[in-house]
Design a protein around this ligand. Sequence first.
Ligand SMILES: [Zn+2]
Length: 500
Amino acid sequence: VGFRSLKLVNVSMEEALPAEPVGVAYGRLANGLTYYVRSNPKPRMRAALSLAVKVGSVVEEEDERGVAHIVEHLAFSATSRYTNHDIVRFLESIGAEFGACQNALTSSDETIYELLVPVDKPGLLSQAISVLAEFSSEVRVSAEDLEKERGAVLEEYRGGRNATGRMQDSHWTLLFEGSKYAERLPIGTEKVIRTVTHETVRNFYHKWYNLSNMAVFAVGDFPDTQAVVELIKEHFGQKASISCPPPVIPEFPVPSHIEPRFSCFVESEAAGSAVVISCKMPAGEIKTVKDYRDSLAESIFHCALNQRLFKLSRRRDPPYFSCSSAADALVRPVKAYIMTSSCREKGTVEALESMLVEVARARLYGFSEREISIVRALMMSEIESAYLERDQMQSTSLRDEYLQHFLREEPVVGIDYEARLQKTLLPYISSAEVVKFAENFSTTSSCVIKIVEPRAHASLEDLKAVVLKVNTLEEKRSIPPWEEEQIPEEIVSQSPVPGY
Ligand SMILES: [Zn+2]
């Protein structure tokens, strides 16, 4: 069926989207473990596997700072069935990079182990699943294992203390000031890495690695999906959680703030200057058709704004080289609208002013129906391509969708339904519906402004002054509407190639 002949859906806005993921064998074992299995031929003879744990560094106590990440390292060190030697040999046999940090990632809210496995050699898939099952409940965590791993973790800690690392860390701290997230960078503290006992690490592992907090994912070139489900049952079915009942994963709120926060970073190695505006808001959820429609309208907002930001960057004497805006999940309870620009060395204040003016302009006058219809057409052609190329999906992309379903309850409705839904909803999303998202992007909406310069030029006072200036302009409606005509279209401004 082609996209054009796809039937529209007849749904009410209140209708719930399917809670269970579509197009994947999905279920839960008696011990609480969730599984997702799907046969997918791209790439051929490969499978993308994962074990995800809904627990990361934010649950750590003060004397455990860095322990979630240490557990990730120890998983590759020794388990009940495998020694370090066995695990390295196994990773070699599947052509993987060695160990922790190559095949795993610890963040604030989750820990994810990933393996890309060839399935043409008999037994490898089964062994890979058995390794993930060992990670789930059989990591040894002895005093000796911990001593062996401290050095590697300390080295990683020191590697992150360079200028870029320190800048990223202090931006993170400013972004989450007032919440526990600010104090729980996954790498932890040097003191804990040096001195934590194996008992503390083991207790953390046994408490939080509960099978009900975990899911296993297998997407690959399988001749038989059900046979892979059986392999998961075989290797995980006998595992039991040590903590029982499962621990409740606490919510760590991130307080909102009206006063914007500012930071100026000087990074001598930086190639150029940059400005980043982040506005935080609750992560929200997509449970109904109405939520889905809102998320489409939100995408249209960023896309329409990006069209203008791009046009500004193509003007003579532009305020920045490039600038774009997007919504991004930051931590479990919070997402942000993030606008980033790169600009000339002494141009951060000018770039910031232009960025703030553009959002204010959108708030004051919205977008024209013409601008919105261009964006709608762009999005329609994107979903059409996704639909037409639905058999070309990479196993890793499918696995990542299922990961988001498990970790953040993002709906997986299947490409057929999603294409029909977008085809039905997109034409009716109006400019008025889109413009309300500009409110989330105001400097009073939990806003954090950061600049990066190779040498210090702008001060915090300069940044505050620009915010005040643009807010005053907006209040007085002294910002003129967007004028489409003043920017020549790219295609008109290009001189024709001689000879054609
Ligand atoms: Zn690491």
